[in-house]
Design a protein around this ligand. Structure first.
Ligand SMILES: [Zn+2]
Ligand SMILES: [Zn+2]
Ligand SMILES: [Zn+2]
Length: 263
């Protein structure tokens, strides 16, 4: 298996942090780890550059991380914070002179088609637009030499996907992981899980629930993402078990069969 690199493009909730108009301690923090763009990660391995979601902030994320190619996108669900950067893919379509593969549930890809009607409109068109090749998936599939496993989870009442590749899994916007999905998350080295804040929320796990899910799943290391402006990075991390950490924008994980490093 080839080594894989994971870069956190954004680790904030739907509003991003800081929140416009807010002058709370987190929104005015000097710690760069408290500045969180909308949630997404970038995965790289030999000949593969893959996005999980196209966040609202994709343009500045692509500039910051110098993303040179996008071969495919794995969509978790079609909420605005996870899809609104889709139009920024145009530049990659031009450079690569080809449509970009977009994987997700049939429901997610259908919703994407309604939000971005112009992208998928087959009528005459005078302006440039992104080109996506939508590929609905329900079961594990091959993507440039690796197996991608869709992991069914619940976001409130809505069924959405997490994804597992090798010993890495990305499970955001989750309020419940069904029993039937737990075997898909067995034996992980790194688990990324959405943990919004300390207080409960109807469609996202809070810290307590995510710590419990991390314990049940038993990854070597768990990373929280999708944080709101209610948790200061330094204070939140101090409350967590040693193997549960809070991700931040720009964090990189290097994963290969011989072990992994955090950069
Ligand atoms: Zn705030
Ligand atoms: Zn969501
Ligand atoms: Zn979200």
């Amino acid at each position: 298996m080839f080594p894989m690199r994971v870069t956190f493009l954004g680790t904030g909730t739907s509003s991003g942090v800081p929140v416009p108009t807010c002058d709370c301690a987190i929104c005015t923090s000097d710690d760069p780890r408290d500045r969180r763009l909308r949630p997404s990660v970038f995965l790289e391995w030999e000949d593969a550059s893959i996005l999980i979601d196209t966040s609202t902030d994709l343009r500045q994320q692509a500039l910051r991380e110098k993303i040179q190619r996008v071969d495919a996108i794995l969509y978790t669900h079609a909420h605005a914070d996870h899809v609104l950067g889709l139009d920024e893919l145009r530049i990659y379509n031009w450079r690569q002179a080809a449509p970009i593969e977009a994987y997700g549930s049939a429901d997610t890809l259908d919703k994407l088609g309604r939000t971005f009607w112009y992208v998928f409109d087959t009528g005459p068109n005078e302006s440039t637009k992104p080109a996506l090749d939508r590929r609905p998936v329900e079961t594990p599939f091959e993507l440039r030499g690796k197996t991608v496993i869709p992991v069914p989870i619940f976001h409130g009442r809505m069924p959405i996907y997490g994804y597992r590749i090798g010993r890495f899994a990305y499970v955001t916007d989750v309020s419940r992981i069904p029993e039937s999905s737990l075997p898909l998350l067995d034996g992980l080295e790194h688990l990324v899980i959405g943990a919004l804040r300390r207080r409960p929320h109807p469609t996202h796990m809070n810290f307590e629930q995510a710590v419990e899910a991390a314990r049940v799943i038993g990854a070597e290391r768990t990373w929280f993402t999708h944080l709101s402006h209610e948790v200061l990075h330094s204070e939140g991390e101090a409350e967590l078990p040693e193997n549960v950490r809070i991700a931040y924008d720009g964090l990189r994980l290097e994963i290969d069969e011989g072990g992994s490093e955090v950069r």
